[in-house]
Design a binder for this molecule. Structure first.
Ligand code: 5GP
Ligand code: ZN
Length: 114
């Protein structure tokens, strides 16, 4: 059994509410939403953080952003605006070390974030 909680979600060992999936990407609702809509977009392949990616991951990184755009549209976030965030490292608030994008929307989003 994988130790990574997001790998376990992809494997179906931990339930999650999926909102998008394709051959390389899985997206589901955050268990502790920070906004009315809060989706996590993850690669199916385990990658710890953005720091662990390289040239060979260019296409995958692009697809993650593309998925975020499609999800934002499908979730009705475009008119009100939305945020796509990747926390990289503990100091930036990363708590699950399987790289992921947060897609947040449905309320006004202040800048800068905390
Ligand atoms: P990070 O802090 O690493 O940027 O984001 C991790 C996110 O994963 C957090 O927003 C947290 O609420 C979410 N999360 C942690 N465990 C689970 C889980 O088991 N299921 C779901 N759906 N989200 C989770
Ligand atoms: Zn993982």
């Amino acid at each position: 059994m994988a130790e990574c909680i997001f790998c376990r979600i992809i494997a179906g060992e931990i339930p999650a509410t999926a909102v998008y999936e394709d051959a390389e990407i899985f997206a589901f609702r955050d268990i502790n939403p920070a906004a009315p809509t809060h989706i996590l977009v993850i690669p199916r392949r385990h990658i710890g953080t953005l720091n662990d990616t390289g040239e060979e991951d260019r296409a995958l990184l692009g697809r993650l952003l593309e998925a975020a755009r499609v999800i934002a549209r499908d979730q009705g976030l475009v008119a009100g605006g939305y945020r796509v965030v990747m926390n990289v490292g503990e100091g930036a608030g990363q708590s699950v070390f399987h790289a992921h994008l947060h897609v947040l929307g449905g309320r006004p989003l202040a800048w800068p974030p905390g």
